[in-house]
Every structure is written in structure tokens, then in C-alpha cells.
Design a protein around this ligand. Structure first.
Ligand code: ATP
Ligand code: MN
Length: 461
């Protein structure tokens, strides 16, 4: 007999057989004749009930079987008479691995999410975070599966980069220089030639530029890795360290890019609905009664595709009082994006053709000379979940843009080479993994969908 995971125990075939289970005690209750332990091993939101017949066990045997303790039980799996479970284990043998006294912080149910954030080292043992982390894992698997099934290659782009021109956000510098005693050059500036890489380096804000090198060689690639942005924005949707998925496809136009984005997100949601039904049902019941309905709605309906200019007209005509003003040229805020999605269209929206001034230098210019082939996918409750574009593949136009924006060319020579040698139309996008997990779990703060969040003034655990 070998140890069985709780997720696999609820099976008729096992009834009457001896089983061995291992896990952490959630609760213990009972009387002098019988004691019930709810045991959870993390493999599922469900607990297995262990029944201790107090003719076979003494109070002393069970004294240390308290909330949070880790135990092993061998016993017979039987059909349960009680409510709330189908089977239970009649204990024959008990081993205690590790005890937990009453200072164990996850004692009671109903801790606030804020309290649990301070205990991020133990919160995975709660129902809520167990559910979120299992869903997160399933979504990561779905992402690899989606791209693998479509012949995309998983490209590993560097985390340390010397190009500070991606323009996506503030960067965290990486250095081995002695900060107490910085080497200076003749101009009195820090001498980075003495730094580890011989130049100034930082953590990546996006793998896209390297992703384009991959796509223009392998055809279709995706990245899936950590991304870092030293943004001081303390919002429920921003982390300083988050995971991003960035597909990039040679020969894809903006329309094909939109098709890919829509199919991709729907695929991930369907996967979660199919493989994480218990966890999603738990979150639906405890946090967000419309969660399952919302997920199904997104899967079953086409996303709206709308040019930015039309979106701005709708916002202007809405008569709604926004905190930030809307006008053609404004970078839309979350409140604007959510108005379009939640109030006007009531479904996801892909906004396209943004003014070039508010988008990155590498996006392909439209014939109007004013807008670029950008696309942001906007979601209910989240706002922007994906940002992408068709890329400017014309060498002269790209160079003109780089010069216009005073992007240091010395950093860009390798990127420009893709446009010098066998350039092709190509497109891609970035999906913030935690924003997808937010959507699928119905959680409202991004700090609650990553095990150990990194935000301004917070790098504990
Ligand atoms: P936002 O306007 O919401 O800050 P962005 O325009 O800076 O996003 P992009 O640079 O296009 O975002 O990045 C691609 C995707 O990465 C976004 O659509 C979003 O899902 C995600 N993302 C961006 N910044 C963060 C962050 N700080 N924390 C978590 N996810 C992020
Ligand atoms: Mn941002």
C-alpha cells in the first residue's frame, strides 16, 4: 500500500480498502466516543474526514492532532454516514510528523485577505490560496499546451538586459559595483565599464525585442517568464515582478494577432473551467457569485474589435464623469477601459489603432501617419489584460521613429538587423499572467494571485 493523494480518494472502487493518507489537519472536533479530523493535503480543495474511534485511540494519542499539525493515517476507506462527504477513513494507525501549537496563524476561517498577505508564507494552506495556486498552475500548463499544440517554440529570452529603450516601464538596475564606493570616469559619472557586464544593465521589462529575433527565425515563438517593472504604481493590478507570456509570429498581421489573442485567452479559461471546477466553484461561492457566469460568457462571445478613435467618441458621448479626462490622444485609464467593457459593450473589447504618441516605437504606422497598429485587449474587472501590435518591419520607417524618439542607436543595432536582412511582417502581444489569473479566480487584488508578491516597499518572503 502506498500513500494516496486526497484528490484521488473519492472513488467508489477504493471503498473497503486500506488507504494511507498524509496531510495537514484543518480541524478536529468530536466527543469522548469519536473524534473527526478534516485532513487536507493540498491536492484538492476537498478535505478527507478521518474518524478516530476512541475505543482504539486515547485522548493522549490525539492531544497533538491540532489545526496545522502534519499527520499520516492508515485506515479503511468507508462510505460516510455524515453530511458533506461521501467517504471517510476509519483510522487504524496514526503518526504525527510535525505539531502546530495555538500560535499557528491559520487557525480560524475567515481571515481577511490583508491579514493573509502578511502571512504569505502560510497562506497557501488556506482554502482560498490553495484554490488560487492550483488554478495558477493549471493556467501555466494550459499556456504551454496551447502554444505547443500550434507549433510555437518556447523561447527563453534574457532577464538581464543592456537595452534601456523598450519603453515599457521603469527598470531595476543590476550591478555588482560597490555602491559605497562607485568608480567614476573623467566626467565624474559612474564608470560602468568596471561593472560586471562592462556596461549598465537592468532586469528586463519585456522579452519582446528578443522574441522578434526568435520569430524571424523559428516562425512562431512564445516566451513565458518573469518580468520586472520598477513602477511606483501601488494599484491592485500592478506588481514589480510579474510573469508575462509573449507570443511573436512571423507573417502575422494585426488581424491574425487579434484572432490569436482571443483564441488563446478563451482556451486558457476553458482549460481552467474543465480542470479546476472545484476550486473555481469555491471561489465563486466565497468571493464572487458571478465568477463562473462571467468566465462562460467570455468563452461564448466574440470580443468587440474597435478602433481607439471610435472608443474615444463613445467615452466622450457617455456623459460619464471620469477622474481623468478623455480626448483624442489621451492614454486611456483603467476607468475608461472598464466603462467600454463593463457598461457600454458588456463584453471584452480589443481596442486598436492608437495614436502613435502613446505607444511604443516599434509599432507599425498606419497610412494616416497618426495611428499605429496597436491592440489592447480589455477585460471586465481588469482593464488591460493584453497589449500587442503589428511591428514596423520597414527599416527606414523604424529608424526614423527611433531617431524621432531619441532612442540610443548603439543599443538597437541588433534589433534593426531583423529589418535589414529578410524582414517580414510580424506581430505579437504580451499577456500579464497575473491579470489572467485575477480574471479566472475572481480575486480583486493582484497581490493575491502570486505566491509571494513584490510591490513597492514589499519584498518579504
Ligand atoms: P498598464 O497600462 O496596465 O500598466 P502596460 O501598458 O504597461 O500596462 P504592457 O507594457 O503592454 O502593459 O505589458 C503587457 C501586459 O503585461 C499588460 O497588458 C498587462 O497584462 C501586463 N502588465 C504590465 N505591467 C504590469 C505590472 N506592473 N504588473 C502586472 N502585469 C503587468
Ligand atoms: Mn504599465
Amino acid at each position: 500500500m502506498s500513500h494516496i493523494k486526497v484528490v484521488n480518494i473519492f472513488s467508489k472502487e477504493l471503498i473497503g480498502h486500506e488507504v494511507e493518507v498524509k496531510g495537514w489537519v484543518r480541524t478536529r472536533r468530536g466527543n469522548k466516543y469519536v473524534q473527526f479530523v478534516a485532513l487536507n493535503d493540498g491536492s484538492t480543495i476537498k478535505n478527507i474526514q478521518i474518524v478516530f474511534d476512541m475505543e482504539k485511540f486515547t485522548d493522549d494519542d490525539l492531544r497533538l492532532v491540532t489545526t496545522g499539525a502534519a499527520i499520516r493515517v492508515v485506515g479503511t476507506l468507508v462510505e460516510s454516514m455524515g453530511k458533506g462527504q461521501t467517504v471517510e477513513v476509519q483510522a487504524a494507525e496514526l503518526e504525527i510528523y510535525g505539531t502546530a501549537d495555538d500560535t499557528y496563524p491559520m487557525q480560524k476561517k475567515g481571515h481577511t485577505l490583508e491579514f493573509l498577505r502578511e502571512k504569505a508564507h502560510l497562506r497557501p494552506r488556506t482554502n482560498t490560496f490553495g484554490a488560487v495556486l492550483r488554478i495558477r498552475s493549471a493556467l501555466a500548463f494550459a499556456i504551454h499546451r496551447f502554444f505547443n499544440e500550434r507549433g510555437f517554440f518556447y523561447l527563453h529570452t534574457p532577464l538581464i538586459t543592456a537595452s534601456d529603450c523598450e519603453g515599457a516601464g521603469a527598470m531595476f538596475q543590476v550591478t555588482t559595483l560597490d555602491l559605497e564606493n562607485l568608480p567614476r570616469n573623467e566626467e565624474g559619472k559612474v564608470d560602468y565599464t568596471q561593472d560586471f557586464f562592462g556596461k549598465m544593465t537592468a532586469l528586463t521589462v519585456s522579452g519582446q525585442l528578443e522574441g522578434e529575433l526568435g520569430a524571424t527565425a523559428l516562425g512562431a515563438i512564445y516566451t513565458f517568464g518573469p518580468t520586472f517593472r520598477a513602477e511606483r504604481s501601488n494599484t491592485p493590478r500592478h506588481l514589480a515582478e510579474f510573469w508575462m507570456i509573449e507570443p511573436e509570429v512571423a507573417f502575422n498581421t494585426i488581424a491574425e494577432n487579434m484572432d490569436l489573442a482571443e483564441e488563446f485567452i478563451k482556451y486558457c479559461i476553458v482549460h481552467a473551467l474543465e480542470h479546476c471546477a472545484d476550486d473555481i466553484a469555491f471561489l465563486n461561492d466565497h468571493f464572487d457569485n458571478e465568477l463562473i457566469e462571467r468566465l462562460k460568457f467570455v468563452v461564448d462571445n466574440d470580443f468587440v474589435r474597435l478602433p481607439y478613435t471610435e472608443g474615444v467618441k463613445i467615452l466622450e458621448a457617455s456623459g460619464k464623469k471620469f477622474e481623468f479626462p478623455v480626448y483624442w490622444g489621451a492614454d486611456l485609464q483603467s476607468e475608461h477601459e472598464r466603462y467600454l467593457v463593463e457598461e457600454h459593450f458588456r463584453r471584452p473589447v480589443i481596442l486598436t489603432d492608437y495614436p502613435k504618441e502613446i505607444k511604443a516605437f516599434y509599432m507599425k504606422m498606419n497610412d494616416d501617419g497618426k495611428t499605429v497598429r496597436a491592440m489592447d485587449v480589455l477585460f471586465p474587472k481588469i482593464g488591460e489584460i493584453i497589449g500587442g501590435s503589428e511591428r514596423e518591419e520597414n527599416y527606414d520607417k523604424l529608424l526614423a521613429r527611433i531617431e524621432e524618439l531619441h532612442i540610443p542607436m548603439k543599443d538597437m543595432w541588433w534589433y534593426l538587423d531583423t529589418r535589414r536582412f529578410g524582414t517580414v511582417p510580424h506581430s505579437g502581444f504580451g499577456l500579464g499572467f497575473e491579470r489572467l489569473v485575477l480574471f479566472v479566480t475572481g480575486m480583486t487584488n493582484i497581490r493575491d494571485v502570486i505566491p509571494f508578491p513584490r510591490t513597492p516597499n514589499n519584498a518579504e518572503f
